[in-house]
Design a protein around this ligand. Structure first.
Ligand code: SF4
Length: 363
């Protein structure tokens, strides 16, 4: 199979200094000596977009070399980090100002520090963001994983990011091998959805087309937390891949168990991508029922099936001009819960939570 340009996520370590309530990855870290080598990274294909993530990627001492290699292969790179290691981040940003940085901030100070288990995590994250902005970095932003306890902070945090002139990326709770978690679930769906609705209206009200498309992504997050079918097809493993610290090439980070297409430590990229094992994984993806709505799988889909989000944006901008706002009740599942046609328990059963929110039984 000829090599084609792809979207990739490179998980360079499973070590993490944070202790987030929704992710147990820190309990199963990788050993530094087992982590993906520079030689393996050199074997990756050309990419439109590369996300470098972890664990906490800035725990890798050779992160600058990793970025240097990936810059030769990728049109755009974004690093996802908890922002704790300000000096290391600033040093890298000085060397590679074209690289994007997304810092996870899980709410305002008290909420963020409680969720992430990092003392001064909020202050350090914000300080890192401010420093990067002062340095003139353009592709800088927040990332927030929305759950019951931080949903009320969603719009206030968006407003802070807006003041700084930064990107604001959102996610919600997922369960998977990657998070070493099976019991994440939203409990008060209407409350969380209400906060997303407010954010969507803020985004639609802005002058930025990029934010209008982010509004669509957040609309999809409401749909996801109500356990409904994805708004767009999932083409992971066809045009997008993940690679983990052990060199295993995977379709995504959303499956219950890790799916492996091949191993880049032992094989060439062409061998992995064209292997019968990769085809088997693609068949599994085609019948996958997990309905994730994470930026890694949604962003490529939004580009590929652009007419669908574009039509949604068009309709909602027209609504705005006639003074009508976006409503979460546009989604049938949201109306059905309000009208008593489905119960909370029925929606819980649609989620990937295997114990429906009983965190006392967490792994
Ligand atoms: S829906 Fe897509 S991203 Fe989610 S687990 Fe299935 S294949 Fe992976």
């Amino acid at each position: 199979m000829a090599e084609k340009k792809l979207n990739g996520t490179v998980i360079i370590t499973y070590r993490c200094n944070a202790r987030c309530t929704m992710c147990n990855r820190f309990k199963q870290p990788s050993k530094p000596e087992d982590e993906i080598s520079l030689d393996t990274i050199r074997k990756l294909p050309s990419m439109w977009f590369t996300n470098i993530t972890g664990g906490e990627p800035f725990l890798r001492e050779d992160i600058e070399e990793i970025v240097g290699i990936l810059l030769e292969k990728s049109d755009r790179i974004v690093i996802s980090t908890n922002g704790f290691f300000t000096d290391r981040i600033v040093k890298l940003a000085k060397k590679y100002p074209q690289v994007g940085i997304r810092i996870s901030i899980e709410g305002l100070e008290k909420t963020n520090n409680a969720i992430r288990g990092l003392e001064n995590g909020y202050q350090r994250g914000i300080q890192t963001l401010k420093t990067l902005r002062e340095m003139g970095l353009k592709d800088v932003g927040f990332g927030m994983t929305v759950q019951d306890c931080n949903a009320p902070d969603l719009v206030p945090l968006y407003k802070i990011s807006d003041e700084f002139g930064m990107e604001f990326a959102t996610a919600s709770l997922h369960n998977s091998f990657y998070f070493v978690e099976t019991t994440n679930i939203i409990h008060d769906r209407p409350m969380v959805a209400q906060n997303f609705e407010s954010l969507i209206n803020e985004l639609l009200n802005s002058k930025s087309p990029k934010k209008w498309f982010r509004a669509y992504f957040n609309h999809g997050l409401i749909n996801y937390i109500y356990g409904q079918k994805r708004l767009l097809p999932c083409d992971m493993s066809f045009d997008t891949f993940f690679i983990d610290p052990f060199g295993d090439v995977m379709p995504c980070n959303g499956t219950r168990e890790k799916l492996v297409m091949g191993n880049l430590n032992r094989q060439s990229w062409g061998e992995v991508w064209a292997s019968p094992q990769a085809e088997k994984v693609r068949a599994t993806v085609r019948s996958c029922d997990r309905q994730c709505w994470m930026i890694g799988s949604v962003s490529p889909a939004m580009h590929k099936y652009v007419w669908k989000p574009a039509w949604w944006v068009f309709r909602h901008k027209i609504k705005f001009w006639t003074k009508k706002k976006y409503s979460m009740y546009e989604l049938k599942a949201v109306r059905n819960l309000r009208d008593g046609k489905v119960t909370k328990e029925q929606l819980d059963a649609c989620s990937t939570c295997e114990k429906c929110g009983d965190r006392s039984k967490t792994l």
